[in-house]
Design a protein around this ligand. Structure first.
Ligand code: 5GP
Length: 208
């Protein structure tokens, strides 16, 4: 009898110890920037530096651009499927950006965070606001171009969009930059190498 109680106690202690050392939830890093501010390059550098940081692949209804791969750059889905997802609560956040839907899977985020994995989200400001309502500890980072003039010339130089699309992106950029103080951290991408170092140092600080 006594031996039995002893064994039960041991099991209970073991369980408590396991609970005590259980890894805490992962961290959520949310990066936003107007298009042309160099966010993709910065995010790539972050992903190369932190191999264990999980990148959340967004869902979008926009068509793939040259070289983009389904399931790698985005999950490209039809408008109908996206709208069904809105109705069923599939998205942790979603937004209409440049006339297309973009969204983040709630199931994916909750699953990864609950097993202690840190996640990198590359979303716009509308999405960031929604994410913070759901995950108030999210670390928000805004990438700022040195000026609107520089942004304009980068968008033209990139040569991936028509003049009309560039005009929409510039208008959106102005609106997004006006809301930059909503973010916890702002990094100006004047010189890429400096911005990369700044971003990596920042993420390292949170993860250590
Ligand atoms: P692009 O079409 O150039 O890849 O992305 C356009 C904008 O949509 C970028 O500002 C990007 O951050 C944003 N975006 C990409 N994925 C998501 C997402 O899942 N949710 C939200 N809210 N914005 C996203």
């Amino acid at each position: 009898m006594n031996r039995m109680i002893g064994r039960e106690l041991k099991t209970a202690r073991k369980e408590m110890a396991t609970r005590g050392v259980k890894k805490k939830n992962g961290l959520l890093f949310i990066i936003s920037a107007p298009s042309g501010a160099g966010k993709s390059t910065l995010c790539r550098a972050v992903r190369e530096r932190f191999a264990d940081l999980v990148y959340s692949i967004s869902y979008t209804t926009r068509p793939p651009r040259g070289g983009e791969q389904n399931g790698v750059d985005y999950h490209f889905i039809a408008k109908g499927e996206f709208e069904k997802g809105i109705a069923s609560g599939r998205w942790a956040e979603w937004a209409e950006v440049h006339d297309h839907y973009y969204g983040t899977s709630a199931e994916f985020l909750d699953g990864e965070l609950s097993v202690g994995r840190d996640i990198l989200l590359d979303i716009d400001i509308q999405g960031t606001r929604q994410i913070l309502q759901r995950y108030p500890d999210g670390v928000t980072i805004f990438i700022l171009p040195p000026s609107l003039e520089v942004l304009k010339s980068r968008l033209h130089f990139r040569d991936t969009d028509s003049p009309e699309v560039i005009a929409v992106r510039l208008k959106n950029a102005r609106e997004e930059i006006a809301q930059k103080d909503f973010y916890r951290h702002i990094i100006t991408n004047d010189r890429l190498a400096v911005a990369v170092a700044e971003l990596i140092t920042l993420i390292e600080k949170y993860r250590s």
